[in-house]
Design a protein around this ligand. Structure first.
Ligand code: AMP
Ligand code: MG
Length: 353
């Protein structure tokens, strides 16, 4: 791949018009622009230009059967991209857009197969981050954007993370600072009889049910379901994902037992000559006296844990640890969303105590 010069610009309310125009130009001409959203940084291209979306796959090293989410700045754009839109979709758009919810709908012919991985459906989201909305508006294109990381690495929540993975591979990075939420959108499929969550996220099943009634969760993404024959309905959910370079293991159980186990494992690995990282909480941080300890936040603040998750996985890479032990976070309303990412990052290595 030809090396590109990647231009970086800070974006906020003061950003000059020329910067927005330049970013819009790149997208209209089929180039790639990374930009902040409220969930994670996205790697954007014109969703209706097959050649442009192909560049996303090349820059990320993303498998071509893993479809892209199309970002819009106005709910009515759904009509341009999708057909047979059920009432539930309009209700969800009304309730949660702009915001961290992606809907799967039947696609219209205008959406190229290259954007949907050959599927007859399209994933659509209206983000709430002002820079994302502005970019869609000034460019005048629907923006296909997966997370702006190299496939398999933790998703980027800061422009520096995007630089690490994408420098020289894309035309521009818009730096909007740290994102607000920190994990990817909830994905709900509205093409079946009962709406189905294909990826858990900040918007919970309970929140969706309050708006539209019964909602299912794809059985293949629930951790209990390790049957190989269950294939997740979102193609991307089957891939190894979010993985730090060190070997990550989760330890699950009552807090005191978890701390004791991680202390013991850490002592053993250190004796083997390994560099050991520990993902602790504000409450337990002081209980670890060996290893490189990072607090992910308070166990009582799910939002904080979600916000710090990917940055900490990248920090562990920076610290060049060989092994990482992490506490588990399955209890709260968003426990499923957190554990879905951590379990993938750990390649499902869990020790129950
Ligand atoms: P990313 O944008 O990197 O967070 O990944 C997008 C996610 O959306 C992946 O898990 C895809 O498999 C999923 N996705 C995108 N389009 C569709 C679709 N038409 N049907 C099911 N899942 C989809
Ligand atoms: Mg991704």
């Amino acid at each position: 791949m030809k090396k590109l010069k990647t231009h970086i610009y800070k974006v906020d309310e003061q950003t000059a018009d020329e910067v927005w125009q330049a970013a819009g130009d790149i997208l209209r001409k089929g180039g790639l622009v990374a930009f902040p959203t409220e969930t994670v940084y996205g790697l954007g291209a014109n969703a209706l230009d097959e050649k442009a979306s192909a560049k996303i796959y090349a820059a990320k090293g993303r498998p071509s059967d893993n479809p892209l989410i199309v970002h819009i700045a106005d709910a009515h754009m759904m009509d341009t991209l999708a057909r047979d839109i059920p009432d539930a979709a309009w209700k969800l758009a009304d309730r949660f857009w702009p915001g961290p919810l992606t809907m799967i709908l039947k696609k219209k012919a205008i959406v190229p197969d290259g954007t949907t991985g050959g599927l007859d459906t399209v994933a659509i989201r209206m983000p709430s981050h002002p820079a994302a909305l502005k970019l869609i508006q000034v460019s005048g294109v629907c923006i296909a954007a997966p997370s702006a990381n190299t496939s398999g690495r933790p998703s980027p929540t800061r422009a520096e993370h995007v630089m690490e993975d994408m420098d020289g591979k894309i035309d521009m990075i818009l730096d909007g600072g740290e994102v607000g939420i920190g994990i990817e959108s909830t994905i709900v499929d509205l093409t079946g009889d009962v709406p189905m969550i294909l990826r858990p996220g900040y918007i919970t099943k309970e929140m969706l049910s309050q708006a539209i009634g019964a909602v299912d969760t794809d059985p293949a993404i629930l951790d209990e379901n390790k049957d190989e024959n269950f294939r997740p309905k979102a193609p991307g959910m089957k891939y190894k994902h979010y993985a730090p370079k060190g070997d990550l293991t989760l330890v699950e159980g009552p807090e005191r037992k978890v701390v004791e186990k991680i202390r013991k494992l850490t002592a053993d690995r250190l004796a083997d000559g390994c560099r050991v990282g520990i993902i602790a909480t504000q409450e337990t941080q002081k209980d670890y006296d060996q290893g490189l300890v990072i607090s992910i936040g308070s166990r009582h603040d799910e939002g904080e844990i979600i916000h710090n998750l990917y940055h900490i996985l990248r920090e562990m890479d920076r610290l060049q640890v060989d092994v990482i032990y992490s506490e588990s976070f399955s209890e709260g309303a968003r426990g499923q969303a957190i554990m879905n990412r951590l379990l993938k990052a750990a390649g499902h290595q869990v020790i129950y105590v």
